[in-house]
Write a protein that binds this ligand. Structure first.
Ligand code: 2HG
Ligand code: ZN
Length: 447
């Protein structure tokens, strides 16, 4: 501890159990583990020195950003040094010539968005945890969110990284080169590696144009299949399409209960599709024209002003918090080929009821990517059985057991459902090559 205090200052080494506690449990309250201490470096050099000091002591490190991850990847298994990166808040000016900005790993998404928007740009990734989720965590988990349809996931926004390797050496490629054909894509490898290969301390982020003119529609659809079928037409007719989100009556009921929100429609419907367009000029007319003749459309609400749009988005964005207000859910973030989405939705309930009759499934997600967030409440001590049943169903439909939240600790035993043994061996070989001592994020990703 003395060695760490010498590097970061004793005020940034937390050993008191009350002070450590908030770092040791994840946002969902499902995952918890005790750290020998929490260390809060403030620069890349300090991160590198902390890593070297831990290696010298034979200590392992759990890396944490905003602690908004939902698979337990940012909390220790037990006995690690927990390295929190929230003090890495340096944020550069927007570089207009390249449409890029440099952000420290601890900058929150909301702060990054504000910096981009002040300069007439925007960030290509957005998600409900924007006020706490950090740039480093977003890259480390290759976060997705509500704009993937238009701009891709976080990895696609990364044009440069500074990262501390497991031996304390530093890789820094921050020139923001749009093209770089010099060998292996190390940045792409580190992005999405869930802190198992390197500690990201700084990111060169791609910015996108800021489109102020927005239109949001909440569509009541006759079925999941209808919601899926409407998408190709929307994508073709609306180059300004920026989001397409799916939810159902049980989730809507929880959001209304906990948020005190009015019913969006006089009647309950099979499926709800929230669509947003963003453009230089008002996209409302095009959006209305594109949706009005859609098969399976039962009712619709369109909002062309900011407060109406926020009100419609609240039905979708308040899902996570409303579910947690009911209890600690089993969170299963999965994706299937889009054509299999209706089959997945149809089979979820009977499959869950088969292993845990009293459980309640709240399902919502990002329809364009075939990405559903299956949240299961009231599963008692059957969360492993529920997880197993749902992930096997997903695998049977050629899906992925983790779409955008990562594997973390939560899904380690099921990795083999989505990755072949050759793939897992290859990933292990990379891990061994870069981190032979297993210093970074033990217990995450690999068994
Ligand atoms: C979202 O899409 C997040 O809102 C959270 O990925 C999903 O709470 C969840 O299960
Ligand atoms: Zn999501």
């Amino acid at each position: 501890m003395k060695a760490l205090a010498d590097i970061v200052g004793s005020e940034h080494v937390l050993v008191d159990s009350d002070v450590k506690a908030s770092y040791e449990t994840d946002w969902t309250q499902r995952f918890t583990g005790s750290a020998v201490c929490v260390v809060r470096p403030g620069t890349t050099d300090e991160v590198a020195a902390v890593v070297r000091a831990c290696v010298a002591e034979g200590l392992r490190i759990t890396v944490q950003g905003g602690n908004t991850g939902l698979v337990g990847g940012g909390v220790p298994a037990g006995g690690e040094v927990l390295m929190s990166l929230t003090r890495l808040t340096a944020l550069g000016d927007v570089d207009r010539a390249s449409s890029q900005v440099t952000a420290g790993a601890g900058v929150t998404l909301a702060v990054l968005q504000a910096r981009a928007r002040d300069a007439g740009f925007d960030v290509g990734v957005d998600l409900a945890a924007r006020d706490s989720a950090t740039v480093g965590g977003l890259v480390a988990t290759n976060a997705g969110g509500i704009r993937v349809l238009r701009y891709g996931s976080m990895r696609q926004q990364v044009l440069g990284l500074t990262a501390v390797m497991p031996d304390g050496s530093v890789i820094s490629r921050m020139a923001g080169l749009e093209k770089d054909g010099t060998g292996y894509d190390l940045m792409g490898l580190i992005a999405g590696s869930e802190g198992t290969l390197a500690v990201i301390t700084e990111v060169r982020v791609r910015l996108v144009p800021r489109y102020r003119a927005r239109a949001v529609a909440l569509l009541a659809m006759s079925s999941t299949a209808a919601a899926v079928a409407v998408l190709p037409g929307l994508r073709a007719a609306l180059p300004s399409l920026a989001a397409a989100e799916l939810f159902y009556a049980p989730g809507l009921a929880l959001v209304r209960k906990h948020g005190g929100l009015p019913a969006p429609f006089p009647e309950e419907h099979e499926a709800y599709l929230l669509v947003e367009c963003a453009d230089l000029t008002d996209p409302t007319t095009q959006l209305v024209a594109a949706v009005e003749s859609a098969d399976g459309l039962v009712d619709a609400r369109i909002a062309d002003d900011a407060s109406g749009q926020r009100a419609l988005w609240a039905y979708r964005e308040a899902h996570t918090e409303s579910i947690s207000a009911e209890g600690v859910p089993v969170k299963l973030d999965v994706s299937v080929p889009i054509t299999s989405l209706p089959a997945l939705v149809e089979q979820l309930e009977p499959v869950i009821a088969g292993v845990c009759p009293g459980a309640r499934a709240i399902v919502f997600g990002h329809v364009n990517e075939g990405n559903l967030h299956v949240n299961v409440l009231d599963s008692g001590d059957l969360h492993e059985e529920v997880t197993d049943a749902v992930l096997r169903l997903v695998a049977s439909l050629d899906g992925s057991i983790s779409s955008e939240h990562g594997v973390g600790r939560a899904k380690v035993p099921w990795l083999g459902l989505s990755r072949s043994s050759t793939e897992i061996d290859t990933m292990r070989a990379i891990k061994r090559a870069l981190d032979p001592a297993g210093t970074l994020n033990p217990g995450v990703l690999f068994p």
